[in-house]
Write a protein of this length. Sequence first.
Length: 78
Amino acid sequence: MKTNVEANEAKEHFFALLEMAKAGNEVIISEGDAPVARLTGVPQPNGDTKRIAGLHKGSIIMSADFDEPLPDSFWTGE
């Protein structure tokens, strides 16, 4: 459910609007006819969410010399 609220009204009823957002509703805060902010809840991970190792295997590479000292020209800007 989407709810539109004036900014001054949002200030007065912030905690009620926060509870609405936590319940899955979207709150649009407006100044006059212009929407200026959107208040939504942040999805919370449930206990069933597991990370999968190796899902993006090969998408990151590291050069063989990544830990070699940088040349002096890097530091002096030459």
